[in-house]
Each structure stands twice: as structure tokens, then as C-alpha cells.
Design a protein around this ligand. Structure first.
Ligand code: SF4
Ligand code: ZN
Length: 364
């Protein structure tokens, strides 16, 4: 005999909710899924009325569901937000070019303007070219550093106040585990923050901080959302892969393990200097502007400028933990640092000169 929904007790239960194990109907699933995200947004006061918010969109399940839910909640609860899609084209043939086609369809489906920024255009290097140069070992370091700055540059071009990303509870729990396994205490506490912002950067938030990956997949499936599900062809899958497999094992025994790990991460207390405060043993952790491109940096140059210089000089390991040593080895060998990144201050000029930018579907 069909079991009634554990929440409404009238409709037939058609799914088992991964987070709680409850047997519920489709409508109740949509309702609890969306309401929990709404509560996360409200409890953490993520937005202010009238703000312009860019949804970081890759075409994958997380960001597609995020675009759908943000649009739905913005209408339902009248948040008063102006939404945009912001995509980064890393230049990965057979992966990102296909997923960007999905984002372009999402632009039409949700009626949200899309802006695409590309590595090739910003840095003069695509990931395909970077992998040819550096191989498959440190490629994600380049990609992560370049993506962070690309999103901030795209946000400046869109003139938005806030960026939301599709990081979900599983991603955050995995990161907590990885930081513990690596002994990276400075990142341990930060990685559970729902919102990150400094005076120098546009705030970024994770409205899916407490949303389970399995529920995102289920929501996308039942709502028949249009998303791209292939993994990056350059994904090394090593360390994070083990943390992910471990987390999935824990989840299968006790579904609350994901939230419990996040809560543990939130409550770790590690003595560490805040930006601008004295470090233990002297020195100061300061945030400044990169001398070359104007992006925030903790040294004279930002990480992206150091990595780019390494690529251009044929020294791709420059900036990957051994910067000082490699710099000394090659001192005086080549003064040509090649192409540099456009200065942030010029970006603001570009923005005022191109007011129609937000409706463009290609990088400009
Ligand atoms: Fe970039 Fe692919 Fe690595 Fe992700 S897995 S950081 S997209 S190279
Ligand atoms: Zn820089």
C-alpha cells in the first residue's frame, strides 16, 4: 500500500529525503528544500533590498539549481534583488565550452542577463594551454587563483554588490575534512563562513551552505532543470576525491554527518591574526593592492600576477610554494615578464564606457 507523505499526510510519498530520511511527496520536498534556503538567506541577512547579485554559473547542477531557486525566492518573498548570471570560461575544450552552452540557455530560461569572462581574454592563457605547460599536477592551483580573480573582475564589469556561489554542504564538509587532514588551521575556520568579504572585495556567499548535494540533484531531476553533468577533464580527483568518498561513506551510515562536520568546523577555534593584526612572532598580515594589476594581495604582487609571470617566462612553478627559491635560481635570466593583467582601475573605466555590457552573452 502506498505510504502517505510524512509532512502533509495526504499525498503519496514518492521519495526519501536524503537529509532526514523522511518519506515525502514531491510538493513537500520542493517546499522544504526552498524554505530551508530562504531561511538560510534570512537568518544570515545575506542581501539587502535593491542589491545587484551575480550568480556564479558554471552550467553544472549546483549553479543551475541556485539560479532557479534564487529566481523563485526573489519573486516569492520579494527580496527586491537584481539578478545576473556570471560565468567564467577557463578555456577547457570539450568541457567548459559545452557547459557554457547550458548557461546560455539558462539565461533565456530564467530571463537573467549573462556575462562571461574568459581566462584567455583576462590572462592571455586558456586552461588547455596552461595544462600543456604545467601538466596535470598543479593545474587546479592556476585555475583556482585565476577563477577567483576572474569572478571579481566579472562582478566589477557587471557593477554588482554581491556574488553567490553554488557551494553546497557536501563541498564545505569536504573542505573541512581536507583542511584537518592537511593541518591547515588558518583555512579551517574560514572555510565554513557563509559569507566572505573584505573592504577590497565584493562579498561572496553560499546560500547552499546547509543544502545536501543529493537533494540538489533530486531537485534538479524532479524539476527537469537543464544542466550539464560532466566532470572537468583536468580534474586530478586525488585528495579531495578521498575526502569525498569518506564523507559519502559516513553519510550512508548517518546522514547528519555532513551537517555535523560543518558545525564542528564552525566551532574550531584557532589562534590566528586577522588581516591587519600582528602575527604571532612579529610581522603583519596586511591586505594591499597588487602593484601590477591592483587586485588584493598579501605581498607586492597578487598570486595571479606571480603565476602569470611564471607562465610567460616559462617558469610555471613560480608561485607554487617555492617562489623565493625559483626566483633566486632564475634571477637576471629574463626580464621579460610578458603580458600582464589589466589594472583593476581601468576595469571601472571600461564599465562606464560600455553600459550595455550586461546583456551580452559573450566576453567583451
Ligand atoms: Fe579548473 Fe578543472 Fe581543476 Fe576545476 S578540476 S579547478 S575546472 S582544472
Ligand atoms: Zn596582480
Amino acid at each position: 500500500m502506498p505510504r502517505p507523505c510524512a509532512l502533509c499526510a495526504t499525498a503519496r510519498a514518492v521519495l526519501k529525503r536524503p537529509k532526514t530520511g523522511q518519506q515525502i511527496c514531491k510538493d513537500c520536498f520542493y517546499a522544504v528544500f526552498e524554505t530551508e534556503i530562504h531561511n538560510t538567506i534570512i537568518d544570515n541577512a545575506l542581501f539587502k533590498r535593491g542589491q545587484k547579485v551575480a550568480i556564479a554559473a558554471s552550467g553544472g547542477k549546483d549553479s543551475t539549481v541556485l539560479a532557479h531557486v534564487m529566481t523563485t525566492l526573489n519573486d516569492r518573498y520579494d527580496y527586491g534583488l537584481d539578478l545576473f548570471l556570471l560565468s567564467v570560461d577557463e578555456g577547457i575544450t570539450g568541457y567548459r565550452d559545452d557547459s557554457l552552452e547550458t548557461v546560455k540557455r539558462n539565461e533565456q530560461q530564467y530571463g537573467i542577463p549573462l556575462k562571461i569572462v574568459s581566462y584567455q581574454e583576462l590572462y592571455g592563457w586558456s586552461m588547455d594551454a596552461i595544462v600543456k605547460e604545467v601538466g596535470m599536477k598543479n593545474n587546479c592551483t592556476f585555475c583556482g587563483v585565476f577563477r577567483r580573480q576572474a569572478l571579481d573582475r566579472g562582478a566589477v564589469l557587471l557593477n554588482v554588490d554581491h556574488i553567490v556561489t553554488g557551494h553546497n554542504a557536501d563541498d564545505i564538509a569536504e573542505t573541512v575534512l581536507m583542511n584537518i587532514l592537511r593541518g591547515d588551521f588558518s583555512r579551517l575556520q574560514r572555510c565554513t563562513s557563509i559569507s566572505t568579504a573584505t573592504d577590497e572585495t565584493i562579498p561572496r556567499s553560499k546560500p547552499f551552505k546547509y543544502t545536501y548535494e543529493k537533494e540538489i540533484v533530486m531537485y534538479a531531476y524532479f524539476k527537469k532543470l537543464d544542466y550539464f553533468s560532466t566532470e572537468c577533464i583536468y580534474s586530478p580527483n586525488a585528495y579531495r576525491g578521498y575526502a569525498r568518498a569518506f564523507l559519502k561513506d559516513l553519510e550512508s551510515i548517518r546522514p547528519s554527518a555532513i551537517i555535523d562536520i560543518i558545525h564542528s568546523g564552525e566551532h574550531f577555534e584557532t589562534p590566528q591574526p586577522k588581516l591587519g593584526e600582528k602575527k604571532e612572532g612579529g610581522g603583519e598580515a596586511v591586505i594591499r593592492s597588487c602593484e601590477r594589476c591592483g587586485y588584493m594581495a598579501s605581498n607586492k604582487l597578487c598570486k595571479a600576477c606571480v603565476l602569470l609571470e611564471g607562465l610567460n617566462r616559462g617558469l610555471p612553478r613560480l608561485g607554487i610554494g617555492v617562489e623565493g627559491k625559483i626566483r633566486r635560481q632564475h634571477e637576471g635570466k629574463s626580464e621579460d615578464i610578458g603580458r600582464t593583467i589589466q589594472h583593476f582601475s581601468e576595469l571601472a573605466v571600461t564599465r562606464t564606457l560600455t553600459p550595455n555590457l550586461v546583456t551580452s552573452t559573450t566576453a567583451s
